[in-house]
Design a protein around this ligand. Structure first.
Ligand SMILES: *Cc1c(COP(=O)(O)O)cnc(C)c1O
Length: 231
């Protein structure tokens, strides 16, 4: 199947899951996770109507930006962002989904202030409490949201999470429900219900994420096919 056919199929599955929660596919943002895929594949996804593309490596993104790979769609940064690479990302993407520490938020603020822009971000939640993953601990997200609100050049638009690799079917549903509950609380108590996005769900679990309340899914393999990492 082509990228276009994959996207059509995913859209219909998104729509079905959204309808279980009284929404439709139009309420869900489909972000294509395009890492390891070339500019041509990115353009194919954009032509097929993907809502946004997401990259998770700064160097790869910079190279593909130079090739105009993302022309015609918003670009998100979705991967682990090192503080020393913030300058290469701020202002280049419409949304940084992976703001996962106070230090990173401050670095984004500094870079955005220099450009005199406001950078949209999501606060990443490390819902599984995994050592190897970045993101705020669930009990730290609220304080981070309060702090971020004081930053003049950073605008929090919601939350993002990458749960642990699930050992069984529907293994991530409970994590998604927890992050959704956090989102609802923080949205109401700190952001006056102005937050827009709760980004959760990937190729293997986007339907459960939507059932739990997600309105933004990041899908790679199911759109672009298997990624082959160089040894
Ligand atoms: C690669 C990636 C995805 C997509 O993963 P798939 O399982 O291929 O759909 C989603 N989110 C992030 C942060 C990623 O790096």
């Amino acid at each position: 199947m082509s990228i276009q056919e994959h996207i059509a199929e995913i859209r219909s599955r998104i729509d079905a899951a959204a309808r279980e929660t009284g929404r439709t596919g139009a309420d869900i943002v489909l972000v294509g996770a395009s890492k390891m895929n070339d500019a041509e594949a990115c353009q194919e996804a954009i032509t097929a109507g993907i809502d946004a593309l997401g990259e998770n490596r700064v160097q790869e993104m910079t190279g593909k930006l130079a090739q105009d790979a993302y022309r015609g769609a918003p670009l998100h940064f979705i991967g682990h962002l090192q503080r020393n690479k913030v300058k290469q990302v701020v202002g280049k993407v419409s949304l940084i989904q992976s703001a996962g520490s106070v230090e990173l938020l401050r670095e984004i603020e500094k870079a955005a202030a220099k450009l005199d822009i406001v950078q949209d971000v999501l606060l990443e939640v490390n819902i599984g409490g995994e050592e190897a993953k970045s993101g705020f601990a669930p009990e730290a997200v609220r304080d981070a949201a309060v702090l971020a609100k004081e930053l003049q050049h950073v605008r929090v638009q919601g939350l993002m999470t990458i749960p642990p690799v699930a050992a069984e079917d529907h293994g991530n549903l409970a994590y998604f429900q927890k992050v959704y509950a956090l989102y609802v609380d923080i949205n109401r108590e700190i952001y006056d219900n102005k937050l827009k996005y709760i980004s959760m769900g990937m190729s293997g679990d986007f339907e459960d994420a939507i059932r739990a309340g997600s309105n933004m899914v990041r899908v790679g393999t199911a759109i672009f096919g298997q990624r082959y990492y160089a040894k």
